[in-house]
Design a protein around this ligand. Structure first.
Ligand SMILES: [Zn+2]
Length: 265
């Protein structure tokens, strides 16, 4: 069943679906963060697509073997847009969804921590690609907050080693060439199968295994709502598709009539 009606005609319907759903699972990608000023690194116009040299900073093979790449990566972490970015109204709508009790889980491909910053609880958020807000040691597995490590970089350590074992530190994100954390991706798939409504936001749904959450939820009987600027391979099987601004659409399908009415004034 496909329902490609205009967004104007479906917004009320989708809002009712979301309100009556008991276990909404949200899957977010770069699109929700670009509206907070964080560039999409991997997309067609992404930073890495335009500058393959920059991509090496996030490739585990170069990172492990080349101190120059690590130094450049640390310099780039100092100025990561995540440090200054603020959650937008799309993020805030997802916080409201949780406060109302409808949010089962929020799976995100983003590493900027903006969902947590906005106020979603850590128990609900599944960061499948990790987070820039923590650092890990590649040797002993130490894990801790990123900011103190960045302070060391600012103080002159160009490639700060692990203070426990002297090993190589990196951000707690999944780099190119690194496997996803099996328990994390398994959890994402499990919550997707438990969903009664899957809301895919700002993701091309082309990166696996994460995109597999969509057919998993569909197969388990969930409704599928997609909000993304570009078409996705799952638009055909979606119950509603919005190719519009995320920060405009999410508050309208989540916040209920009152705030939707306010936004018209
Ligand atoms: Zn260590």
């Amino acid at each position: 069943m496909t329902a490609h009606v205009t967004p104007a005609a479906t917004i009320t319907t989708v809002r009712e679906w979301v309100e009556s759903a008991k276990r909404v699972v949200v899957l977010t990608g770069a699109g929700i963060s670009t509206e907070s000023g964080i560039p999409d690194f991997r997309g067609p116009n992404g930073v890495w697509t335009r500058d393959p040299e920059a991509e090496k900073l996030s490739d585990i093979r170069y990172y492990t073997h080349d101190p120059k790449i690590r130094k450049a990566a640390w310099r780039s972490r100092l100025t990561h847009p995540a440090w200054k970015a603020e959650p937008n109204s799309g993020h805030l709508a997802l916080v409201q969804l949780e406060r109302r009790g409808n949010l089962h889980a929020l799976i995100t491909q983003n590493i900027d921590g903006l969902h947590l910053r906005a106020g979603n609880s850590p128990e609900r958020v599944v960061e499948v690609h990790g987070t820039v807000h923590e650092a890990v040691c590649m040797q002993c597995g130490w894990r801790g907050p990123m900011l103190p490590v960045l302070e060391r970089v600012r103080a002159g350590e160009e490639d700060p080693p692990c203070t426990d074992c002297g090993g190589i530190l990196k951000s707690a994100t999944i780099s190119f060439g690194q496997a996803l954390v099996p328990e994390v991706i398994e959890r994402a798939m499990r919550v997707a199968r438990e969903a009664d409504l899957l809301l895919a936001v700002g993701t091309s749904l082309r990166v696996y295994p994460v995109a597999g959450a969509v057919p998993a939820a569909k197969a388990a009987g969930a409704r599928l709502v997609i909000v993304n600027a570009e078409p996705t391979p799952f638009d055909r099987v979606a119950d509603a598709v919005f190719n519009e601004s995320i920060s405009a659409v999410l508050p309208r399908i989540i916040s209920g009539r009152e705030s939707a009415a306010r936004s018209l004034h």
